[in-house]
Design a protein around this ligand. Structure first.
Ligand code: SF4
Ligand code: SF4
Length: 340
């Protein structure tokens, strides 16, 4: 497993990281097996968040006894210094550790700075002085705020969605992080499930030095596939470049990343999947999306009250209320033609 130094942190981490969001969806025993297999396979960067329900708790139970073998990163959504302290203490307790290596502000709607009224950055500095965290990071879905954070010089790491669908400005962001010695943690290498062939993003990302993609593993076969690529990295050959171009033609631009920041919806619409349903039906195992529950959930689109709350929150500038009816029309047709 290739290792590198994560920006100015001086932490030596594996080039392949473990994104611990999906383990909240599986029983503890399966998460325990995944986490230990990842460590045995050489993965040494684990990323969780206070918001990922029991993800931190599963990590704490499964691998805290091996704490010396890995770098631990987690995140807080706190809006105040007091909330920050509470979140940090909860994370430390659940992760069963006395320190977190990389503690990140979780996609805040602004970039916390020293002396800010929110007190968040100062709380992070205090936690670092107390030895509870080692480095201060930030995750972002907004490209403007990502640039702001990197240029501020205040952050040791940036976590941002990055894969073979990246725009030129996003590629430049990765280069800027390299110049400024900010560790780049790359999320959504598989575009939130829309890319089902991990070989393509793996080959693409291997061009960039100094980044750690955090792959979200829910099943052992997914982990084994990525571990195999880490051992024998797929080449960015002509065939792979053509696959990248095909994905770019289909997905680049204004597509829903399934980040869920538009939620909650007062009409109860699961926007983060409903707003990309056509792609899910066409690009992933479609039977998962036509259950009676999903059919009922998709029909909730009819109840949209056009409040606009989703558009205000979407970091990609999407207006779900404009696109959801098209998704519903396609969905109904798909269900009808497949005689479900
Ligand atoms: S509509 Fe926007 S905020 Fe909502 S899931 Fe899609 S990309 Fe994320
Ligand atoms: S505009 Fe429609 S989809 Fe968006 S939050 Fe409001 S009710 Fe939900």
């Amino acid at each position: 497993m290739q290792q590198f130094t994560l920006g100015r942190t001086n932490l030596t981490v594996s080039r392949t990281g473990f994104g611990a969001l999906p383990i909240q969806r599986i029983p503890y025993e399966e998460a325990e097996a995944l986490l230990n297999r990842a460590l045995d396979g050489g993965i040494s960067y684990f990323d969780s968040a206070r918001a990922y329900t029991d993800s931190e708790e599963k990590i704490g139970r499964a691998i805290s006894r091996r704490r010396g073998e890995f770098t631990l990163a987690t995140k807080t959504h706190a809006k105040t210094a007091e909330g920050f302290r509470q979140d940090l203490e909860t994370s430390l307790r659940l992760l069963n550790t006395d320190h977190i290596d990389v503690y990140q502000f979780h996609n805040p709607p602004f970039v916390p700075v020293p002396g800010g009224e929110d007190g968040l950055y100062d709380a992070a500095v205090k936690a670092r002085e107390e030895g509870k965290i080692r480095f201060i990071g930030i995750s972002q879905h907004s490209i403007d705020r990502a640039y702001e954070a990197v240029n501020s010089g205040l952050y040791d790491t940036l976590q941002y969605p990055f894969n073979h669908l990246a725009t030129d400005r996003e590629v430049a962001l990765v280069k800027l992080c390299r110049e400024k010695d900010v560790g780049f943690v790359c999320m959504k290498a598989l575009s939130g499930g829309l890319v089902t062939n991990a070989r393509i993003p793996f080959a693409y990302l291997s061009q960039f030095d100094g980044i750690v993609p955090i792959w979200g593993f829910q099943h052992m076969h997914e982990l084994e596939e990525v571990l195999a690529y880490a051992e024998n990295p797929p080449e960015l050959d002509e065939a792979t470049r053509q696959l990248i171009e095909a994905d770019r033609r289909e997905l680049v631009g204004a597509f829903c990343r399934s980040c869920g920041y538009c939620l909650p919806c007062p009409a109860g619409i699961p926007i983060h999947n409903a707003n990309r349903m056509r792609q899910l039906l066409e690009r992933s195992p479609w039977r998962n999306w036509v259950t009676p529950q999903w059919q009922a959930d998709m029909e909730k689109i009819e109840n949209c009250i056009h409040c606009g709350a989703c558009a205000k929150r979407c970091p990609y500038g999407l207006k779900p209320y404009e696109t959801l009816p098209t998704q519903l029309a396609f969905y109904r047709e798909f269900v009808k033609t497949h005689q479900i």
